[in-house]
Design a protein around this ligand. Structure first.
Ligand code: PRP
Length: 193
């Protein structure tokens, strides 16, 4: 059973100690991430160069926020921003498989070109469920951008149209990805396992 933290961890114990993940060697450095995000931004801008309405970026909270913020600023086409809230890990390091949707987009997606933005596709359950719900809202098109693809744990097939990095079966944190709500602020991506 995964450990669930109920009380906030005292900041002192998260300080700049040698044990803190942010002190070790990153799996993917911020420089590499930035370069890849710029490439994805160019690729996405080219793909949607001829659409007649602004692209709708739908960000899956919370992990994808950091990636989405950088990706958005690397686009050379007009884009709007929407959010969906899903949660399946409940503080542990493996997916519980129970997906909760707490928030759906505010605006209408009828006839709009939608890009669903995810930090990591693992089992694929999160993005699969959200994509199905979005399709029911009548978009003109729906594509998926994911910074990380961890295919080792895939449960449902997912087509990732714009993928940053394919990673091995390790638990990763940083650049928006968390462990028990922590480490999202780290600029690099680290492996915890
Ligand atoms: C993580 C991650 C993805 C999802 C991927 O979200 O941000 O949304 O899990 O896993 P899956 O492919 O197995 O569904 P989490 O539920 O931890 O919430 P968070 O984004 O708020 O950290």
């Amino acid at each position: 059973m995964a450990e669930v933290l109920t009380k906030p961890i005292p900041v002192k114990s998260l300080g700049a100690s040698a044990d803190r993940p942010g002190a070790g060697k990153p799996m993917i450095s911020s420089t590499r991430i930035a370069r890849r995000v710029r490439q994805l931004g160019r690729q996405i801008s080219e793909t949607y160069a001829d659409i007649e309405t602004p692209l709708v970026i739908v960000v899956i909270l919370k992990g994808a926020t950091v990636f989405a913020a950088d990706l958005l600023r690397s686009l050379s086409i007009p884009a709007e921003l929407e959010f969906v809230r899903a949660s399946s890990y409940h503080g542990g390091t493996t997916s519980s498989g129970r997906l909760q949707l707490a928030h759906m987009v505010d605006g209408t997606l009828v006839g709009r070109h939608v890009l669903l933005v995810e930090d990591i596709v693992d089992s694929g359950l999160t993005v699969n469920v959200i994509a199905k719900r979005i399709k029911r809202l009548g978009p003109a098109s729906l594509r998926i951008a994911a910074l990380l693809d961890r295919p080792a744990r895939r449960v449902v097939e997912v087509r990732i149209d714009f993928c940053g990095f394919v990673i091995p079966d390790r638990f990763v944190i940083g650049y928006g990805l968390d462990y028990a709500g922590l480490y999202r602020e780290l600029p690099h991506i680290y492996s915890l396992t």
